[in-house]
Design a protein around this ligand. Structure first.
Ligand SMILES: C[S@@+](CC[C@H](N)C(=O)[O-])C[C@H]1O[C@@H](n2cnc3c(N)ncnc32)[C@H](O)[C@@H]1O
Length: 228
């Protein structure tokens, strides 16, 4: 499977820049009010939170502002992303950050030690989502939350309409880029995501759509009935 940088035709540095530039649009006030209502208010006072595919670290920075007594962990396959995250100023204790391919290596976290695992814009990239979902299950405490925010399938016309335009890039070049990304972003429907989460042993608690191209799924580790 090619990396996201290869698919999008960007260098590591350009991909970091792109993620930083798009962050405020994606994680806006509406996102954080959905987060507070569906996730934040259910977390303990000193939650352990792991962000898989944490990108440039801005999400961890904003979590540290909202949950100043949290223990934060960020993992990303790209050294450039982790370097950016290391250079940020965090309102509270900085996260523990590591360059790690979450599809290939187990998380360096004890079983049942985490309250929230989040993945934003990452799971669709992995060849096999089940391995990392099993790791999320392992590190989450019983009742711990898995927060998935990812692309949902849509018609090409709508996808193209919602793509950002880059000034200075010819229309043909932009169109070629969109078409290259389309099969990756358009991989799973909302129903597919729900099926994957159920197959991996999560119980879906809520789904929220605040942007046309993506959906937020809040799931918890499914409890086995007593005696099983
Ligand atoms: C679209 S970016 C999203 C970054 C961040 N979660 C956000 O929402 O701003 C996807 C991130 O996942 C990372 N990634 C892709 N495959 C990965 C893997 N197998 N293991 C760890 N990180 C991965 C990429 O390096 C990139 O930083």
């Amino acid at each position: 499977m090619p990396t996201q940088q290869e698919i999008s035709g960007a260098s590591d540095a350009e991909f970091v820049e792109r993620m930083v530039e798009r962050y405020p649009r994606r994680f806006n006030d509406q996102y954080w009010s959905v987060f507070r209502a569906n996730v934040g208010r259910h977390l303990p006072a000193e939650p352990a939170i792991a962000d898989l595919g944490c990108g440039p670290g801005l999400y961890l920075r904003d979590l540290s502002e909202r949950h100043p007594d949290s223990r934060l962990y960020g993992f990303d396959a790209s050294a450039a992303m982790i370097d950016h995250a290391r250079g940020l100023r965090y309102p509270a204790a900085p996260p523990t950050l590591a360059v790690q391919d979450v599809e290939k290596e187990p998380l360096p976290l004890a079983a049942g030690s985490v309250d929230l695992v989040s993945m934003a814009g990452v799971l669709h990239v992995l060849d096999d989502p089940f391995g990392v979902l099993a790791e999320a299950q392992r590190v989450l405490r019983p009742g711990g939350v898995f927060l998935l925010d990812d692309w949902v399938r849509m018609p090409l016309a709508q996808y193209v309409q919602d793509r950002p335009r880059h000034r200075g890039t010819p229309p043909d070049g932009q169109r070629a880029g969109w078409l290259r990304m389309f099969p990756f972003h358009n991989k799973y429907t909302a129903e597919d995501w729900k099926w994957l989460l159920a197959e991996a042993g999560f119980s879906l608690v809520s789904t929220v759509q605040i942007r046309p191209q993506s959906q937020i799924f809040v799931a918890v580790v499914r409890m086995l009935p007593a005696g099983t």
